[in-house]
Design a protein around this ligand. Structure first.
Ligand SMILES: [Zn+2]
Length: 283
């Protein structure tokens, strides 16, 4: 794990050292899969506005808003696959092998635990929460997500096509769920939430463990920001990651919300927007 206090001269020049985020210090809540480290973080450059540019302009909502003629479950499946593709590209940066040490950038000694600042994520091993190294954790997450995406039950490869996506709802029977008409299982939305939660944890480690080295050093931090803004926009819009889970990255998320890089519509959410539109949709 990089300790910002030990780096000298490698940091982006700036005056003063930012103390760790108040929102992390004071309101950190810990679930069964996360523990708080003793060490305090300091100088989180990636939480500062001047280090938070993106390499593209545009509104990510246009990429993630569900088109009217597409069933939401089918659309969410597409979003999950796309988010995994983006995350995988960022993870490859820290999995690159250093030609001098022969080790990947994120390895057993740099990252003996899957940490994000003061939080350490644990993995269930034989029914018990175990602290495994970040590279092992990430490897397991990637394998697990790929297996989910390729699971024909969770992500049916042959969705019903050619059938009009009518808004007929079984809600009155209590027998409706997102993705039902496309052949997705009842657990589909929850599965999407589970996948997105693990993806978020990977982003949290990328920032807290590797923002400076390698992302800043090789000038890929803007790409990381772009992927992360896209991810959070989808996560917020479809309520796929709980606010509490996002706390390790809250200062940066707040910054992107303030700048409207994460658009207000994403914060309001997909369903809020539909409710607003319904009374007007007479055309
Ligand atoms: Zn790492």
């Amino acid at each position: 794990m990089n300790n910002p206090n030990q780096a000298s001269g490698a940091y982006p020049a700036q005056g003063g050292v930012m103390t760790s985020s108040p929102s992390i210090n004071s309101t950190l809540s810990v679930d069964s899969a996360a523990t708080v480290n003793e060490n305090n973080d300091s100088a989180k450059y990636f939480f500062q506005e001047k280090y938070a540019p993106l390499n593209v302009k545009g509104n990510f909502l246009t990429l993630c808003a569900c088109p009217k003629n597409v069933e939401l479950g089918e659309w969410l499946a597409h979003q999950i696959v796309e988010q995994y593709r983006l995350l995988h590209g960022m993870l490859q940066v820290i999995q690159e092998v250093n030609s001098v040490t022969g080790l990947p950038i994120c390895n057993e000694s740099t990252c003996p635990t899957m940490s994000a600042g003061r939080l350490t994520y644990t993995w269930l091993v034989d029914g018990r929460a175990a602290k495994i190294s970040a590279p092992k954790f990430i490897n397991r997450v990637e394998k697990w997500i790929v297996s989910k995406i390729h699971d024909p039950v969770m992500f049916p490869t042959d969705p019903v096509t050619g059938v009009p996506r009518t808004a007929v709802s079984d809600a009155a029977n209590g027998d409706d769920w997102i993705g039902k008409t496309s052949g997705f299982p009842q657990t589909f939305y929850k599965d999407c939430q589970g996948i997105m939660k693990q993806m978020f944890r990977c982003y949290a480690h990328l920032y807290h463990g590797h923002w400076l080295d390698p992302f800043w050093h090789i000038n890929r931090h803007e790409m990381l920001n772009m992927s992360f803004v896209h991810f959070v926009t989808v996560a917020k819009y479809y309520k796929l990651v709980a606010d509490k889970e996002m706390e390790p990255m809250q200062p940066l998320i707040d910054l992107f919300i303030k700048q409207e890089k994460i658009p207000p519509e994403a914060i309001a959410g997909h369903w809020a927007q539909q409710q607003q539109q319904q009374p007007q949709s007479t055309a």
